[in-house]
Design a protein around this ligand. Structure first.
Ligand code: CMP
Length: 139
């Protein structure tokens, strides 16, 4: 069984639309435990650092502006096969392509304002979780 943790953010659009509760409820009902969680607003600089892997992409500037435009919820989640199962739960990056019943299909507004982030590998889950949380903050 591969990796047991993944990292998520509930993005500014979903926080603004009052969807923190429904999204966390779907996450819990899908069998994920919340090991760490915080509500915060990213600076432009920190959003840029978090998404540095996308630096060369045409949408990088828009992504950084957007992710620093309002508060987010960052969380570490655990479950067997967490990364793959969470990506199934959230659906495709582009909400118009996301399956029915997925978090992005239900709550995302656009490809940029797509409600939630989910790690794409065990390695990135560990890096992303460490970006927001020290080992003392994770249980
Ligand atoms: P996320 O899973 O957080 O990882 C990178 C983010 O970049 C992605 O979700 C989208 O919100 C954003 N993104 C990806 N492709 C595009 C695009 N073509 N235009 C704008 N934003 C994008």
């Amino acid at each position: 069984m591969s990796g047991t943790i993944t990292f998520t953010m509930i993005k500014p659009d979903a926080v603004e639309a009052n969807n923190i509760g429904p999204i966390l409820s779907m996450i819990n009902k899908a069998g994920f435990r919340i090991n760490a969680m915080k509500y915060l607003k990213l600076s432009r600089e920190d959003a840029g650092k978090f998404y540095a892997v996308h630096k060369e992409r045409p949408f990088y500037g828009e992504l950084v502006d957007y992710m620093s435009s309002g508060p987010i919820v960052a969380a570490v989640l655990s479950k067997e096969n967490a990364v793959a199962d969470f990506r199934k739960l959230i659906g495709a990056t582009d909400p118009t392509k996301a399956d029915e019943g997925t978090i992005r299909k239900l709550f995302a507004k656009s490809i940029a304002a797509n409600a939630v982030h989910g790690s794409d590998s065990d390695e990135n889950a560990a890096i992303e979780a460490s970006f927001f949380f020290s080992s003392l903050e994770r249980n």
